[in-house]
Write a protein of this length. Structure first.
Length: 226
């Protein structure tokens, strides 16, 4: 049986002055909350860090899906696991020993994810799948929200899905970047089963309803129904 799709709204598109309220607005609808951590070094943008995650963790029961777009994740990533993050994803491009860090994250209490940026080939990392819980394919260039979805990135998703299925693994194939009502079905058909959506959720009048609509579209695509 195929796993149900995960919808993970990104708070990068939320109102930072009211993050607690913004997260509570999707409770009961969203599966995860996607938290983009950027350090203005690995990517040319600066967002939130560990203190905000620690505070926000107390404001909601939704699992946190933390995406570390940072240099030196070996130093910082375990702290997010210890802060209660459900899944901590670090970038392949920033990490010398992904397997070692994945093991450290699991030991610290979270699931371990590896992210592949737009310009990075996925093939060298497929052999690492047994050590991971999530593989995140960027369908944009990491660093800023609101970018246009790049359908050519779905070849990477297909390659990961083939390997996950072939090896019989329980690994989530996540996509991040430009996911909305007009793109989520393409991503689901390619094999993604976790979807990060920012503007599509927090730009909507009713964020929870937007999440439900995205889930219905992903389920329809996965089921292969018209």
């Amino acid at each position: 049986m195929e796993p149900s799709p995960i919808i993970a709204p990104s708070i990068l598109a939320a109102d930072f002055a009211h993050l607690g309220d913004e997260v509570r607005a999707i409770e009961g609808a969203a599966d995860w909350v996607h938290v983009d951590v950027m350090d203005n070094h690995f990517v040319p943008n600066l967002t939130i860090g560990l203190p905000v995650v620690q505070s926000l963790r107390k404001a909601t029961v939704i699992p946190f899906d933390v995406h570390l777009m940072i240099s030196d994740p070996e130093r910082w990533a375990p702290g997010y696991a210890e802060a209660g993050a459900y899944n901590v994803t670090f970038h392949a491009e920033a990490c010398e020993d992904p397997v070692k860090l994945a093991k450290a994250l699991r030991a610290a209490g979270s699931r371990a994810g590896l992210a592949i940026d737009r310009d990075t080939p996925v093939e060298p990392y497929l052999e690492l799948l047994p050590y991971l819980d999530t593989l995140l394919i960027m369908t944009i260039k990491a660093g800023f929200g609101g970018q246009r979805f790049m359908p050519e990135m779905l070849e990477k998703v297909r390659a990961v899905r083939r390997r996950v299925s072939c090896m019989g693994l329980q690994v989530r194939v996540e996509v991040d970047g430009g996911i909305a009502a007009d793109t989520i079905e393409q991503a689901a058909e390619a094999g993604a089963d976790a979807f990060v959506a920012g503007t599509a959720v927090y730009g909507a009048a009713d964020p929870a309803e937007a999440v439900r609509k995205l889930r219905a579209l992903a389920e329809r695509a996965t089921a292969g129904t018209p």
